[in-house]
Each structure stands twice: as structure tokens, then as C-alpha cells.
Design a binder for this molecule. Structure first.
Ligand code: 3PG
Length: 215
């Protein structure tokens, strides 16, 4: 069975090492993409996950990659191989999925952009583990057992690193990051809907800065 190469693993690890916090970004107005991401970067974040939850995701990835080349720009909420191909073509440097299918795990073995597969149980994780994956998104983290689950996962699988997302907030990010098997945490708390709708980029920078300072 083909296994994930060291090259792919190293690239996923590099993303998780680059920033302890990964903002999960949804673009409702394409004009917001660059200023919103710039505001997060000014606040100190170095990894951006732009989701495909709206029709602007792919264009936003393209624009942000061109405008802010010094940070990692990836795609989130990728749920099919067709989307995987589209985000790669748009320049996504990594791909995050909320869950896994075997076909996507296999596609990620040789894809241009490395895959951070989403799992919520050990059984799902083991499907990826057997293909060589050692880094996973844990989603939805709070609902699927949160810190206690991650601590338990570390018993049988001490060599696996997680990026929990789903229900994590500024106040709890540090508790997750204190676990030895958590590489980074993700969430939407960095981009509150009302703040983004009001285009208050200064407030976005402040949230990012305070979130990092509070770790
Ligand atoms: C994700 O896809 O990672 C989650 O939607 C983030 O969850 P949150 O909105 O609770 O941060």
C-alpha cells in the first residue's frame, strides 16, 4: 500500500509549527479577503485557512496567496477530490477536510498541497494512520471529547499530533495547546461575523494579537 511520504509529512508539520493558532476564515464578500487576512497577519498569525463555505473561497485563496506571499495559505472545508484539485490550482499550500473518505486520504498521499485530514474518532484516525498520516485535525473538538479525548488519544498514539477545531475560543486555546499532542488549534473566534461585516480590520488584528499573547 502506498504510504504518505516524508516530504508530505514534513510540509504538514511545517504548517502546524508555523503558527499555534489557525484562523478558520469564511469569505462572504470577496473584497474582504485580502484586508481581512492582512489584519490577521498584522496581528501575528502566519497560517490562514480559507474555507469553501461560500462561493468565494477559491478566488479568495488565489487573491490572498498573491497579496500575502509570506504566510501559509490553505483551503478548509474541502469535501471532494474535485474541490481538492480546484484549491490546488488556486495556489492553496495545504488542505484541511472536516472528515475523511478513503479516496481523499489516498489522493492526499501524492497531492501537490499536503492534507490535514479531519477525524473525530480513533477509528477514523487509524484509517489515515495506516496510510502514514500522523497529523490530523480533530473536529468538532469540543463535542467529540475535547481535551479529555486528546489526552486519551495520546496513550495508544503518542506519535500523532492534532489540530483541534470546533468550539475552541480565545479563553480555551491555551489549555489545548498545553497538551503534548496538540500542534496548533483552529477556530472562527478570530473573525467574528459582526466584526467582519463591519469591516473593522483593526478589531480583527486586536483579537489575533490578544489570542497569541494569551497563550
Ligand atoms: C472548523 O471548521 O474548524 C470549525 O467550524 C471551527 O469551529 P468554531 O466555529 O467553533 O471555531
Amino acid at each position: 500500500m502506498t504510504q504518505l511520504s516524508e516530504f508530505h509529512r514534513d510540509r504538514v508539520r511545517a504548517v502546524l509549527k508555523a503558527s499555534p493558532i489557525v484562523p478558520v476564515i469564511t469569505i462572504d464578500d470577496l473584497d474582504d479577503a485580502v484586508p481581512l487576512c492582512q489584519a490577521l497577519v498584522v496581528g501575528g498569525l502566519k497560517v490562514l485557512e480559507i474555507t469553501l463555505r461560500t462561493g468565494y473561497g477559491i478566488k479568495a485563496i488565489e487573491q490572498v496567496r498573491a497579496a500575502i506571499p509570506q504566510v501559509w495559505v490553505g483551503a478548509g472545508t474541502v469535501t471532494s477530490i474535485a474541490q481538492y484539485r480546484q484549491v490546488e490550482a488556486a495556489g492553496a499550500q495545504f488542505v484541511i477536510t472536516p472528515g475523511v473518505t478513503e479516496a481523499m486520504l489516498e489522493f492526499g498521499l501524492t497531492s501537490e498541497a499536503p492534507l490535514l485530514p479531519g477525524i473525530s474518532t480513533i477509528s477514523e484516525m487509524m484509517v489515515g494512520y495506516n496510510l502514514g498520516y500522523r497529523e490530523f485535525k480533530f473536529f468538532p473538538a469540543e463535542v467529540a471529547g475535547g481535551i479529555a479525548a486528546l489526552r486519551a488519544f495520546g496513550g495508544p498514539f503518542p506519535d500523532v499530533t492534532f489540530c483541534p477545531t470546533g468550539g475552541i475560543r480565545q479563553q480555551t486555546a491555551g489549555d489545548y495547546l498545553a497538551l503534548p499532542n496538540v500542534g496548533a488549534v483552529g477556530g472562527t473566534w478570530l473573525t467574528p461575523e459582526d466584526v467582519v461585516a463591519g469591516k473593522d480590520w483593526g478589531a480583527v488584528t486586536t483579537i489575533a494579537r490578544e489570542s497569541l499573547a494569551g497563550l
